[in-house]
Design a protein around this ligand. Structure first.
Ligand SMILES: [Zn+2]
Length: 344
């Protein structure tokens, strides 16, 4: 069912090296009657003509009602589509570079993989629009309504979302269900992805969406870590530790796991070195549970004194280290919790 790509003809005007438009012998600039062409084009789209892969560069379809248009892979770069009603149209992999889509209705359109670089989408309606894998570099989506729009793997950089409606983390998830975990923008360019996540974080904070901001902040830090790695920057190591320890302060449950891990690790160390004794009866035979208990009491810096380190610098140093770690990790835990749940 694959339609052959249309043969591109050159514009018939003398000395013009542009391609002729679909249904015409001329490029947009050399069209003898632009209004006539516009009427013919709208009529063709309305009658269901498949214009996949055709050249429609710079055409003016502003204000037209062309629902369910078949415009896959079409070249609509720099086209004027302001106020155009394109509801439920096929526009996947279309070239929309620099197109003017101000106030257009793109609801339910399939626009995955389309190139919207520098396109103007001010106040555009994008309900349920599939923009997966599209390029939104320097696109202006101010005041656009993105209710249920799919933006998974979209390329964002200097993309303006000021005053955009219904933009949330879930716009960037792969599937529609809550079970799907993959939530991301296109991260192939890590530098631009880091910047894009920072912009999204700013948008979410401004709109009081702290959970979504937490996701963007975490991804931003993950991009930073990748940049460190790529550059061979030693900051990679603290970044990696902060990620594992607490997810850059965005994932409090990781701290609980880390704390539990540290307590077990120290308990094993104490047992291996035999570095603990019962304070009241030094001949008491230490059990595994006693080591775990001692480690917990040390980590939380409670120190009841029923079990104590044996005299010896190493034993005391080990206990002091665990206590110090405990204070640090618990401080981090409280910081992370309050940051995540009380508006950063
Ligand atoms: Zn021409």
């Amino acid at each position: 069912m694959h339609k052959k790509p249309p043969v591109k003809k050159d514009c018939s005007a003398k000395g013009c090296y542009k391609y002729a438009l679909a249904l015409s012998e001329h490029c947009w600039g050399h069209l003898p009657d632009k209004n006539e062409y516009r009427t013919a084009l709208i009529k063709a789209i309305d009658s269901g003509q498949d214009l996949s892969g055709e050249n429609l560069e710079k055409v003016d379809l502003s204000g037209a009602h062309i629902e369910k248009a078949l415009l896959s892979r079409v070249n609509l770069s720099q086209a004027n589509l302001s106020g155009t009603r394109l509801f439920d149209s096929k526009l996947e992999n279309a070239d929309l570079i620099g197109a003017d889509l101000t106030d257009s209705d793109l609801s339910h359109c399939d626009m995955h993989g389309s190139d919207l670089t520098k396109a103007t989408l001010v106040r555009a309606r994008l309900w349920n629009t599939d923009l997966m894998g599209s390029n939104l570099t320097e696109a202006d989506l101010s005041g656009a309504d993105l209710w249920s729009a799919k933006l998974y793997n979209a390329r964002l950089w200097h993309t303006t979302f000021a005053g955009a409606k219904s933009l949330a983390k879930k716009n960037f998830s792969k599937g529609s269900g809550s079970l799907s975990k993959t939530v991301m923008i296109n991260e192939s360019g890590i530098l631009s992805a880091e910047e894009a996540y920072r912009d999204l974080k700013g948008y979410f904070i401004l709109n009081g969406m702290y959970n979504d901001a937490s996701w963007a902040a975490f991804r931003e830090k993950a991009m930073e870590r990748k940049i460190f790695l790529k550059r061979g920057d030693l900051n990679y190591i603290p970044s990696l530790i902060m990620n594992l320890l607490c997810g850059y302060g965005e994932k409090p449950y990781r701290i609980i796991i880390s704390a539990f891990g540290a307590i077990c690790l120290f308990a094993a160390l104490y047992a291996a070195l035999g570095s603990v004794q019962n304070a009241s009866s030094p001949d008491y035979l230490m059990k595994w549970s006693d080591y775990l208990y001692y480690s917990t009491i040390t980590f939380t810096t409670v120190g009841y004194g029923d079990f104590i380190p044996k005299p010896g610098t190493l034993y005391r140093l080990l206990a002091a280290t665990e206590a110090f770690m405990g204070i640090y990790v618990m401080g981090l835990f409280i910081f992370t919790l309050s940051r995540k749940y009380s508006g950063r």
